[in-house]
Structures are given as C-alpha cells and as structure tokens.
Design a protein around this ligand. Sequence first.
Ligand code: NAP
Length: 280
Amino acid sequence: MTNFNRSRKITIIGGRGRMGQFFTQQLSTAGHQVSTLGNQDWDRASQLLGEAELVIVSVPIERTVAVIERAAKYLLPTTALADITSIKAQPVQAMLANHAGAVMGLHPMFGPSVKSFAGQKVVICSGRNDEIFQWLLDFIADRGGELISCTPEEHDRIMVTIQATRHFSRFCCGAFLSAENTDIDRSLLMSTPSYRQEIEIVNRLFAQNPALCVDIMLATEERCEAIARLAQTYSRLAELILQKDRSALIREFEIAQSFLTQENLASTKQKEYAIAATQL
Ligand SMILES: NC(=O)c1ccc[n+]([C@@H]2O[C@H](COP(=O)([O-])OP(=O)(O)OC[C@H]3O[C@@H](n4cnc5c(N)ncnc54)[C@H](OP(=O)(O)O)[C@@H]3O)[C@@H](O)[C@H]2O)c1
C-alpha cells in the first residue's frame, strides 16, 4: 500500500460544486492541501493547476471535455489528471489526448449527500501511468470504498442500464404523478413497502440538479437510443393494455420473467432483493 498520508497539493476544478465539495472535504480532512478552480478562477490557473500534484475535474458533463482541454495547457507532465464525470469514454480520451502525464477516469457511484466513501462504489478507468494514482485508490479503499476497474467503453455501456434508462423511467414516473396531480401523502398512508420504496427512489432523482439528470440521459447517442427503445417498450405494452390483450400481456410478462430469474438474478443478494420485492 502506498503512503496516502503524505500531504499533497491537489486542485479540484469545480471544487465548489456538489461532488467537488465532497472530494475537497474528504481529501482536506486527510491533510491534503486542496484548492478549487471554479468558473471565475481561470486567471489564477497557472498557480492553481501548474503547482498541483493531482488535478481532479468535477464540472458538469457537457463542459468536461472543454475544461480538460483548457486545463491541460497549465499542467506539468508530472501532474496526475483525473475526472469524476458520469461518462467515461469522452473525458478519458480528452485527458489522454491533451495531457502527457498520468491519467485516470473515476466515477463515484453515489451522490454528494453521502458522508464518506464507506460502502460506496467507485468505478476506475485506467488511462496512463496508473501507479501514480495508487495512493488515491488506497485512500478510497482505506475509507471503505469499493473500487471496480473497467474500460471507459464498458463503463459507458453499463451506465446505459444503470443510469440513463433508470433515470428516464423515474423521470417519467415523476412526470406522470405530477400530471395526474397524485395525492402522494394520502397514497403513502395506505401503501405497500414496494410503493414506498419506489416513491423514495423517484424522489431521490428529483432531489438532484435537473441539468445533471438531463445530461446523464443525453450524454451519448447510445443512451438516447436505449431510452427511445425503452419508450417503445412502454408504448408496445400500453397498446396491449388498451386492446385488453390478456394473453399477449401474460406472454410478455413470462418472457421477461424467465430472462430475469434465469439469467440475471444469479447472485444471492440479487435473489434476496427479488424475493423482498415480490412482497407487493
Ligand atoms: N451529483 C452527483 O450525484 C454526481 C455523482 C457522480 C458523478 N458526478 C459527476 O460530477 C461532476 C460534477 O457534478 P456536480 O453534481 O458536482 O455538479 P455541480 O454541483 O453543478 O458543480 C459543478 C461545478 O463545476 C464548476 N464549473 C462549471 N464550469 C466550469 C468551468 N468552465 N471552469 C471551472 N469550473 C467550472 C462550477 O463552478 P462555479 O461554482 O465556480 O460555477 C461548479 O461548482 C459531473 O461531471 C457529474 O457527472 C455527479
């Protein structure tokens, strides 16, 4: 394990944002000298970036590549450059293309409301000279974080399922509840555990910054296409509902049921979750 106790000069671009504050707090509490470069601080970029040992990019998705290109001009070849964007292929590619030094893509799989890395997953995408980041990875792991390695491409593919289509589904659910003017409080009074769970999950989405939610759905063409396929699935099944086609709906249900039970609920934890979820 590397010495993650040595104090390092770190600059977080977007350090005043929600995730930036989380990383600032975690790293400065551990004794690192953490500076922030925000939107209005570019006149101090040569000091803030040129002297840093590690620079972490934590800006909105659609600005990430432009910020990487702008920041790279100030970096020493010895500076390690990482980002925490919710997409990985474009930022990692931009960091590799614009910075000759160590590069790594990170994606914290949690929001800024968590208090620490304990029990949280962080996806890591190798870029260049991974060993330079070992102290940071050890730091996260030492605080109870779980590190999962993958390529940026695999990350982005899997996030279509984990984030983009889930966000869309919850977005639609919230939009529907709002359009129907649903009395949520009253409905919760007589609700099932799974309904309460769903409302909580939908509420969590709407507690986020709207731009982040929308950017996550729009981030890649692959995401937009997958969301369109999900919407087509809703429409196809809704059509069967309108036609009162009971046998077709049962057939659709059984196809999905067989896929989910046989293929994708392999781990014990997932099985337990599925069993709990059947308690409607
Ligand atoms: N929020 C989450 O749940 C979450 C989870 C995992 C990963 N992420 C990723 O984390 C990143 C940041 O998300 P966030 O939710 O923390 O966003 P945020 O709260 O909107 O913060 C973004 C920060 O970026 C700064 N910024 C914007 N444009 C800039 C520029 N041109 N130069 C320098 N700084 C600039 C802003 O600085 P000023 O304050 O100076 O305007 C702001 O503080 C995103 O890439 C997102 O995908 C977010």
